[in-house]
Design a protein around this ligand. Structure first.
Ligand code: NDP
Length: 233
Protein backbone atom coordinates (compact mmCIF):
# COMPACT_ATOMS: atom_id res chain seq x y z
CA UNK A 1 0.00 0.00 0.00
CA UNK A 2 0.99 3.64 -0.46
CA UNK A 3 0.36 5.49 2.79
CA UNK A 4 0.56 9.21 3.54
CA UNK A 5 1.35 9.93 7.20
CA UNK A 6 1.41 13.48 8.55
CA UNK A 7 3.67 14.36 11.48
CA UNK A 8 5.84 11.37 10.57
CA UNK A 9 9.05 12.67 12.14
CA UNK A 10 8.34 11.74 15.76
CA UNK A 11 5.81 10.21 18.13
CA UNK A 12 2.97 8.13 16.77
CA UNK A 13 3.58 9.34 13.20
CA UNK A 14 7.10 7.96 13.25
CA UNK A 15 5.93 4.68 14.83
CA UNK A 16 3.34 4.37 12.05
CA UNK A 17 5.95 5.02 9.39
CA UNK A 18 8.25 2.37 10.91
CA UNK A 19 5.47 -0.22 11.16
CA UNK A 20 4.28 0.51 7.61
CA UNK A 21 7.83 0.08 6.26
CA UNK A 22 8.31 -3.15 8.20
CA UNK A 23 5.15 -4.46 6.51
CA UNK A 24 6.49 -3.57 3.07
CA UNK A 25 4.34 -0.51 2.38
CA UNK A 26 5.39 2.68 0.61
CA UNK A 27 5.38 5.64 3.00
CA UNK A 28 4.93 9.28 2.10
CA UNK A 29 6.24 10.78 5.31
CA UNK A 30 4.90 14.31 5.84
CA UNK A 31 7.14 16.49 8.02
CA UNK A 32 6.51 20.07 9.01
CA UNK A 33 9.89 21.39 8.01
CA UNK A 34 13.63 20.97 8.00
CA UNK A 35 13.66 22.11 11.64
CA UNK A 36 11.63 19.09 12.70
CA UNK A 37 13.71 16.65 14.74
CA UNK A 38 13.76 13.87 12.18
CA UNK A 39 16.62 11.65 13.34
CA UNK A 40 14.41 8.57 13.63
CA UNK A 41 12.91 9.22 10.24
CA UNK A 42 16.33 9.65 8.64
CA UNK A 43 17.31 6.28 10.07
CA UNK A 44 14.14 4.75 8.66
CA UNK A 45 14.99 6.23 5.27
CA UNK A 46 18.42 4.60 5.44
CA UNK A 47 16.94 1.23 6.38
CA UNK A 48 14.13 1.34 3.80
CA UNK A 49 15.48 3.63 1.05
CA UNK A 50 13.05 2.28 -1.57
CA UNK A 51 10.00 2.69 0.65
CA UNK A 52 10.19 6.12 2.30
CA UNK A 53 9.67 9.47 0.62
CA UNK A 54 10.00 12.48 2.90
CA UNK A 55 7.50 15.18 1.99
CA UNK A 56 7.79 18.68 3.47
CA UNK A 57 4.21 19.19 4.65
CA UNK A 58 2.97 21.72 7.20
CA UNK A 59 -0.66 20.74 7.66
CA UNK A 60 -1.62 24.21 8.90
CA UNK A 61 -0.47 25.88 5.66
CA UNK A 62 -2.57 25.24 2.55
CA UNK A 63 0.23 26.24 0.18
CA UNK A 64 2.54 23.73 1.84
CA UNK A 65 -0.08 20.98 1.51
CA UNK A 66 -0.75 21.91 -2.12
CA UNK A 67 2.97 21.71 -2.91
CA UNK A 68 3.36 18.41 -1.03
CA UNK A 69 0.49 17.00 -3.05
CA UNK A 70 2.17 18.04 -6.30
CA UNK A 71 5.37 16.34 -5.13
CA UNK A 72 3.45 13.19 -4.20
CA UNK A 73 1.58 13.13 -7.53
CA UNK A 74 4.88 13.23 -9.38
CA UNK A 75 5.97 10.07 -7.51
CA UNK A 76 2.84 7.93 -7.22
CA UNK A 77 -0.28 7.56 -9.33
CA UNK A 78 -2.45 7.05 -6.27
CA UNK A 79 -2.40 6.59 -2.53
CA UNK A 80 -4.27 3.93 -0.60
CA UNK A 81 -4.38 5.43 2.89
CA UNK A 82 -4.03 8.76 4.65
CA UNK A 83 -3.22 8.92 8.35
CA UNK A 84 -3.67 12.40 9.77
CA UNK A 85 -1.49 12.14 12.88
CA UNK A 86 0.04 15.65 13.16
CA UNK A 87 -1.41 17.66 16.03
CA UNK A 88 -0.49 20.06 18.81
CA UNK A 89 -1.55 20.29 22.43
CA UNK A 90 -1.29 23.89 23.62
CA UNK A 91 -2.46 25.44 26.88
CA UNK A 92 -2.41 22.23 28.91
CA UNK A 93 -4.16 22.64 32.30
CA UNK A 94 -5.38 26.17 31.48
CA UNK A 95 -8.71 27.08 32.97
CA UNK A 96 -11.21 29.04 30.90
CA UNK A 97 -10.18 32.45 32.26
CA UNK A 98 -6.53 31.78 31.37
CA UNK A 99 -7.23 30.83 27.77
CA UNK A 100 -5.01 32.36 25.13
CA UNK A 101 -7.10 32.62 21.98
CA UNK A 102 -4.08 32.67 19.73
CA UNK A 103 -3.38 29.18 21.04
CA UNK A 104 -7.01 28.20 20.52
CA UNK A 105 -6.75 29.35 16.90
CA UNK A 106 -3.44 27.55 16.39
CA UNK A 107 -4.95 24.37 17.79
CA UNK A 108 -7.88 24.49 15.40
CA UNK A 109 -5.60 25.44 12.52
CA UNK A 110 -3.46 22.33 13.07
CA UNK A 111 -5.80 19.73 14.60
CA UNK A 112 -8.96 20.43 12.60
CA UNK A 113 -8.13 22.54 9.56
CA UNK A 114 -4.92 20.53 9.05
CA UNK A 115 -6.69 17.22 8.30
CA UNK A 116 -9.35 19.11 6.30
CA UNK A 117 -6.72 20.80 4.12
CA UNK A 118 -4.83 17.53 3.66
CA UNK A 119 -7.98 15.69 2.61
CA UNK A 120 -9.09 18.50 0.30
CA UNK A 121 -5.85 18.32 -1.66
CA UNK A 122 -5.03 14.60 -1.44
CA UNK A 123 -8.50 13.30 -2.26
CA UNK A 124 -7.85 13.04 -6.01
CA UNK A 125 -4.75 10.93 -5.30
CA UNK A 126 -6.67 8.84 -2.79
CA UNK A 127 -9.34 8.20 -5.41
CA UNK A 128 -6.58 6.69 -7.54
CA UNK A 129 -5.77 4.13 -4.82
CA UNK A 130 -7.23 0.76 -3.82
CA UNK A 131 -9.01 -0.39 -0.64
CA UNK A 132 -8.63 3.15 0.60
CA UNK A 133 -8.73 4.28 4.21
CA UNK A 134 -8.57 7.61 6.01
CA UNK A 135 -7.59 7.55 9.67
CA UNK A 136 -7.93 10.84 11.51
CA UNK A 137 -5.99 10.50 14.74
CA UNK A 138 -8.31 11.97 17.34
CA UNK A 139 -8.35 11.64 21.11
CA UNK A 140 -10.64 10.60 23.91
CA UNK A 141 -10.18 14.23 25.00
CA UNK A 142 -12.56 15.08 22.15
CA UNK A 143 -15.35 12.87 23.51
CA UNK A 144 -18.43 14.84 24.58
CA UNK A 145 -19.26 12.04 27.00
CA UNK A 146 -15.85 12.34 28.63
CA UNK A 147 -15.53 16.13 28.86
CA UNK A 148 -13.23 16.89 31.80
CA UNK A 149 -13.12 20.70 31.92
CA UNK A 150 -9.56 21.11 30.74
CA UNK A 151 -7.33 21.28 27.64
CA UNK A 152 -10.01 23.40 26.01
CA UNK A 153 -8.35 24.13 22.70
CA UNK A 154 -7.12 20.56 22.22
CA UNK A 155 -10.34 18.86 23.33
CA UNK A 156 -12.59 21.11 21.25
CA UNK A 157 -10.42 20.77 18.16
CA UNK A 158 -10.56 16.96 18.47
CA UNK A 159 -14.35 16.98 18.99
CA UNK A 160 -14.60 19.01 15.79
CA UNK A 161 -12.23 16.57 14.07
CA UNK A 162 -14.66 13.79 14.97
CA UNK A 163 -17.45 15.74 13.25
CA UNK A 164 -15.25 16.29 10.21
CA UNK A 165 -14.61 12.54 10.17
CA UNK A 166 -18.37 11.87 10.26
CA UNK A 167 -18.93 14.28 7.39
CA UNK A 168 -16.08 12.81 5.37
CA UNK A 169 -17.33 9.27 5.97
CA UNK A 170 -20.72 10.25 4.54
CA UNK A 171 -19.11 11.82 1.50
CA UNK A 172 -16.67 8.99 0.79
CA UNK A 173 -18.69 5.91 1.77
CA UNK A 174 -20.32 5.61 -1.67
CA UNK A 175 -16.83 5.27 -3.12
CA UNK A 176 -15.95 2.49 -0.67
CA UNK A 177 -13.39 4.60 1.20
CA UNK A 178 -13.11 3.73 4.90
CA UNK A 179 -13.03 6.69 7.32
CA UNK A 180 -12.38 6.58 11.06
CA UNK A 181 -11.59 8.98 13.85
CA UNK A 182 -9.24 7.02 16.10
CA UNK A 183 -8.02 7.38 19.67
CA UNK A 184 -4.56 5.78 19.79
CA UNK A 185 -4.50 5.32 23.57
CA UNK A 186 -2.46 7.30 26.06
CA UNK A 187 0.99 6.61 24.66
CA UNK A 188 4.57 7.54 25.48
CA UNK A 189 5.49 10.36 23.08
CA UNK A 190 6.48 13.99 23.58
CA UNK A 191 2.77 14.78 23.83
CA UNK A 192 1.76 11.82 25.97
CA UNK A 193 4.73 12.05 28.33
CA UNK A 194 6.88 9.37 29.94
CA UNK A 195 4.22 8.19 32.39
CA UNK A 196 1.82 7.12 29.66
CA UNK A 197 1.10 3.38 29.85
CA UNK A 198 0.89 2.78 26.11
CA UNK A 199 3.54 2.13 23.51
CA UNK A 200 3.22 4.02 20.21
CA UNK A 201 4.48 0.97 18.32
CA UNK A 202 1.57 -1.13 19.63
CA UNK A 203 -0.96 1.54 18.61
CA UNK A 204 0.70 1.73 15.20
CA UNK A 205 0.31 -2.05 14.74
CA UNK A 206 -3.40 -1.82 15.51
CA UNK A 207 -3.89 1.09 13.12
CA UNK A 208 -2.08 -0.73 10.31
CA UNK A 209 -4.22 -3.83 10.96
CA UNK A 210 -7.34 -1.70 10.45
CA UNK A 211 -5.99 -0.12 7.27
CA UNK A 212 -4.99 -3.53 5.89
CA UNK A 213 -8.46 -4.84 6.86
CA UNK A 214 -6.87 -7.52 9.07
CA UNK A 215 -9.20 -6.24 11.79
CA UNK A 216 -12.30 -4.11 11.52
CA UNK A 217 -14.11 -1.63 13.72
CA UNK A 218 -16.75 -3.26 15.89
CA UNK A 219 -20.22 -2.29 14.64
CA UNK A 220 -18.47 -0.19 12.00
CA UNK A 221 -18.19 2.59 14.58
CA UNK A 222 -16.82 5.91 13.37
CA UNK A 223 -14.81 6.73 16.51
CA UNK A 224 -12.69 3.81 17.66
CA UNK A 225 -9.51 2.95 19.50
CA UNK A 226 -6.54 1.28 17.79
CA UNK A 227 -8.04 -2.16 18.38
CA UNK A 228 -11.27 -1.22 16.64
CA UNK A 229 -13.29 -0.85 19.86
CA UNK A 230 -15.97 1.86 19.67
CA UNK A 231 -15.38 5.07 21.63
CA UNK A 232 -18.09 7.46 22.83
CA UNK A 233 -18.36 10.52 20.62
P1 NDP B 1 3.85 14.46 19.39
O1 NDP B 1 3.71 15.79 20.04
O2 NDP B 1 4.82 13.49 19.94
O3 NDP B 1 4.13 14.67 17.83
C1 NDP B 1 3.34 15.55 17.10
C2 NDP B 1 3.71 15.46 15.65
O4 NDP B 1 2.86 16.36 14.93
C3 NDP B 1 5.14 15.88 15.37
O5 NDP B 1 5.66 15.10 14.34
C4 NDP B 1 4.98 17.32 14.91
O6 NDP B 1 6.00 17.80 14.08
C5 NDP B 1 3.70 17.17 14.12
N1 NDP B 1 3.08 18.46 13.83
C6 NDP B 1 2.61 19.39 14.68
N2 NDP B 1 2.14 20.45 13.99
C7 NDP B 1 2.33 20.17 12.68
C8 NDP B 1 2.06 20.86 11.48
N3 NDP B 1 1.50 22.08 11.46
N4 NDP B 1 2.35 20.26 10.30
C9 NDP B 1 2.92 19.03 10.28
N5 NDP B 1 3.23 18.34 11.38
C10 NDP B 1 2.93 18.90 12.56
O7 NDP B 1 2.40 13.84 19.41
P2 NDP B 1 1.92 12.30 19.34
O8 NDP B 1 2.76 11.55 18.41
O9 NDP B 1 1.72 11.83 20.73
O10 NDP B 1 0.47 12.50 18.73
C11 NDP B 1 0.09 11.94 17.49
C12 NDP B 1 -1.41 12.03 17.38
O11 NDP B 1 -2.00 11.24 18.44
C13 NDP B 1 -1.97 13.43 17.58
O12 NDP B 1 -3.05 13.61 16.70
C14 NDP B 1 -2.44 13.44 19.02
O13 NDP B 1 -3.44 14.39 19.23
C15 NDP B 1 -2.94 12.01 19.16
N6 NDP B 1 -3.04 11.51 20.51
C16 NDP B 1 -1.92 11.30 21.26
C17 NDP B 1 -2.05 10.79 22.53
C18 NDP B 1 -0.85 10.50 23.39
O14 NDP B 1 -1.03 9.98 24.52
N7 NDP B 1 0.37 10.78 22.92
C19 NDP B 1 -3.36 10.48 23.13
C20 NDP B 1 -4.46 10.75 22.25
C21 NDP B 1 -4.29 11.23 20.99
P3 NDP B 1 7.21 18.76 14.66
O15 NDP B 1 8.28 17.84 15.14
O16 NDP B 1 7.58 19.58 13.48
O17 NDP B 1 6.63 19.58 15.78
Amino acid sequence: MRILITGANRGLGLALAAEACARGHQVLAGVRGPGSSAEGLQELTRTFPEQVTILPLDVSDENSVRYACEQASARVGGIDAVINSAAILLGRDQKLEQLDFEQVEQSFQTNLFGPMIVMKHFLPLLRGGENQAVINISSEAGSLAGAYGGDYSYALSKAALNMFSAQLRRELAPQGILVHALHPGWIRTDMGGEKAPGDAAVSAEGILNLIERKTEAKNQALFIDHNGNPMSL
